[in-house]
Ligand binder design. Sequence first.
Ligand code: GLN
Length: 533
Amino acid sequence: MATKTKYIFITGGVLSSLGKGIASSSLALLLKARGYSVTIAKFDPYINVDPGTMNPFQHGEVYVTDDGAETDLDLGHYERYIDDSLSKRNNTTTGQIYHEVITKERKGQYLGKTVQVVPHITNEIKRRMSAFDGEYDVVIIEIGGTVGDIESFPFMEASRQFSLERGRGNVLNIHLTYVPFIKASGELKTKPTQHSVKVLMENGIQPDILVCRSEHKLNKEIRAKIALFCNVEEDSVIEALDAETIYEVPNMFAKRNFDNIVAKKLGLTAERQRLTTWTRFVNRIKSPESEVTIAFVGKYIQHQDAYKSIVEALIHAGAINNTKVNFKWIDSETLPDENVDEVIGKVDGMLVAPGFGQRGIEGKIDAIRYVREANIPFFGICLGMQCCVIEFARHVVGWEDANSGEFKKVEHNVIDLMNEQREITDKGGTMRLGSYPCAVKKGTKAYKAYGETLIDERHRHRYEVNNEYVAQLEEAGLVVSGTSPDGKLVEMVEIPEHPWFVGVQFHPEFKSRAVKGHPLFTAFVKAAMQVHK
Ligand code: GLN
């Protein structure tokens, strides 16, 4: 089948966490800077249908797209780098593939055949790999996991078949490996890379380009050795040193000619534009004019990947404000109710994170009371917003029992399930998910940040502010600054007398892009910068 779309597969070897997501995003950015349309798709070998049901301790953040897909956190990197909104088509899992194939089998669609990994599973994988045919100039496909994992085999096999069918010049295989430095002998070692490529070749895949992560420079000799043993051209062995910030990787790749080699091999002839805006953004991150410290209150703080998009959104907002955002990580479960002030300390702002379940809730509420009374800028996201409504109901309105229906049935469930969520029993994909419009009230801090009366933000939650109590909360001074356009759901709340106290039911972090930033995060960091002036 002929198509003008070019495909790039990115696999990883030696060990996990080498940054395939950042590498894919950086390459995509460089190809976009040549005027090509590029998208990135992630294929994950786990059996969960999506990461929505996984514990953030295990899998990090669940990233939500506009169309309400719960996806791998790498999709967040993709969107932040290429400044484009992706969809459920951009993340496929083994679970989805099997679900599709088994559903077809039950409907008798395989006409009596034995249903097998090859060709039925691999065909379904290839069908999804082709989802963007003709729509983009380049599709980058990142395969999750590490080469040699049992569960990645069908993806490797599908990519091998795909490469053969599309033909050379239309598909490129890039392998990301690690070249360790052994202190005792003072040497860089290429053997793990050689072994990793060997495994890849056993799967019938000859890499075209090797991107080698290393803490030390790879000299010409090392690169020549890797090239010889791995059967790749010498200029296709790309050094990838640790970067000061992940946003510097595109510039580092450009310096190493990575995108030139990719473009040459795929016959993409357009010249790259200079990365002016991007580089300015990176420079601001690297040499900011000031610093602020934000207390980050959550229950998964030992595993900061659980809050990836929020952290990145704060970094983007810092760059816009020319300031460095330092994080003071606070475990909401260990927050005592007495000396909260000491634990939180002299911070410039406090963000209370999203989350599920009761653990850590009382700590979050205590922390919010402290910053509300101490006039420290506060930003509550999803559960963080629900906690600020509970805190306000308890300590300002005076309903001591106030709580969320998620945690305790009480007289004043100021946060509760709305009707449609009451009937749902399935766990996966059943929350209020994806992008919804929100009407912003003029004259509020939210309006000042957005400068618009109608916005769109992404959601991932079951519970809502309970409309029964809204009038009384407002009377006591909590302003509802955003609602669904029909006015039925509370989307944003704030306290006008406070320097900056804003809670949002949605997840603004999913829409913060590297060079664009998000209005609410930008306004929050700006408010934090005023605290110790
Ligand atoms: N647990 C809350 C709910 O389901 C908040 C979810 C979140 O913070 N994403 O509504």
